[in-house]
Ligand binder design. Structure first.
Ligand code: 5RP
Length: 232
């Protein structure tokens, strides 16, 4: 990652953290962009500018980071509704639909986002595409039991599907599942593909976030831009 990209991630994350208000329940995303928002929220808490704040973490890694930074967390059963969630993405299209999950937290991220009144996505400009599938593979989280059947199913949909590995071991999510990364090429009908994946037993979740983002903050060489979902 270049230092420019790192700087853009920081700008986007900090711009989103500025939207957090005292008393809010805040969803904390996962990844190298969301962490800048998390650090900035922690700094505002320490300064006394934010009070009564409580957060929900989208991954074990984010939970550990939030605890280390002194951000109070809700219980995992999420006893309160979430006002605002800030998270990253791997690809954002012109309609503000997303591919997420390169960091493996896609299912908890989607649970938190769907439970939120407002979802602000923070990205550097390299993540923006006209059509999803150009810049990122689509992660599909599957149960371990029968996982090779899911690889064949995803292949049959036209994807190049490969189980995710780290250090020659199959990657295991916080939920104890596997991830199959799928190259679909351009995804012209994200909602249609999402429906097909959601109908398949054994698929726990997928990284298509359709009509979930309320707003995307993009930071890049031309500055910081806020894009808003148009209702409908
Ligand atoms: C994790 C995610 C991340 O938000 C996404 O991969 C973007 O990460 P980064 O900000 O590190 O590029 O979906 O599951």
């Amino acid at each position: 990652m270049t230092s420019d990209t790192q700087g853009y991630k920081q700008q986007a994350g900090e711009a989103a953290a500025a939207l957090v208000e005292p008393g809010m329940v805040v969803g904390l995303g996962t990844g190298t962009t969301a962490i800048f928002a998390i650090r900035s929220i922690a700094a505002r808490l320490r300064s006394g500018e934010l009070t009564d704040l409580v957060a929900v973490a989208t991954s074990v890694a984010t939970s550990a980071a939030a605890k280390a930074l002194g951000i109070p967390l809700l219980a995992d059963d999420m006893p309160r509704a979430i006002d605002l969630t800030i998270d990253g993405a791997d690809e954002v299209d012109a309609s503000l639909d997303l591919i997420k999950g390169a960091g493996g937290a896609l299912v908890r991220e989607k649970i938190v986002a769907q439970a939120s009144d407002r979802v602000v996505i923070v990205v550097d400009a390299s993540k923006v595409s006209d059509v999803l599938g150009i810049r990122a593979h689509l992660p599909v989280e599957v149960l371990v039991w029968g996982w090779q059947a899911q690889v064949r199913f995803l292949d049959s949909l036209g994807a190049t599907a490969a189980v995710r590995e780290t250090d020659s071991h199959r990657y295991v999510t916080d939920g104890g599942n596997l991830i199959i990364d799928c190259g679909f090429g351009t995804i012209t009908d994200p909602a249609g593909l999402a429906a097909v994946l959601e109908a398949r037993a054994g698929i726990v979740g997928h990284g298509l976030f359709v009509a979930i983002a309320s707003e995307v903050i993009v930071a890049g060489p031309s500055g910081i831009h806020h894009r808003y979902r148009t209702p409908g």
